[in-house]
Each structure stands twice: as C-alpha cells, then as structure tokens.
Design a protein. Sequence first.
Length: 127
Amino acid sequence: MTKSIISTTDAPQAIGTYSQAVRAGNTVYLSGQIPLVPATMEMVEGDIAEQVRQVFRNLAAVAKAAGGSLNDCVKVHVFLTDLVHFPVVNQVMSEFFTEPYPARAAIGVASLPRAAQVEVDCIMVLE
C-alpha cells in the first residue's frame, strides 16, 4: 500500500512534525485542526460557534485537497476544553455534514495547542 501526503494552502499549515493529512490506500487521516485562519495563522475571532465553524472549514479544505469532502468522513474525534460546548458542536456539525453522519467521539481535555477551545480530526474513506 502506498501512502501520500495531502497539503493545501486553504487550511492552516502544520505547526509541528505532522502533515495536514495522509492518504493510505482509500483511507485519509486528517490531522487535528484548531480554529486558525489559514491566511494569518491566527485564531479566528468570535464565539465558540465561530471557532467550531473555522475548524470544520479547515477540515473541509483538507478533505477537498485529498479528493473528498467531509461527507466522506467515517469517524470524527472532537476535543473540547469545556464539554458544555458540545451542543454547539452538534449544531455546527449539522451545517457541514449530511446524513448519514459519521461515527464520532467527544473528549474533554485540559488544554489544546495555542489555547484553542476545540480541535477536531477525522478519518475519511474515498471510493
């Protein structure tokens, strides 16, 4: 099985020793995204809903660069510094995904890079 690295300027550039996504066969592993604006590499302004939207915009850009879309995702991991925001994640996800929805896990964490309140990664399967 060959693997290929997925990269796009439409999502924040990696700020560590990782790739935006890696494709192995038909499976694409999208690295976690925080609410950075790609053009500035600064955190998006706004409330938690806008932060979650920016995370999914970033993931959608990486999914597109890999030849898919968020609707090709089969598993989503959501990391929140405060699980009180989980209803907001549900609402925003409904703006980016259509049924049938992917499997998902929501994990409460003590902290995230750059003091983000949310990070999301995905596993996508392409036909």
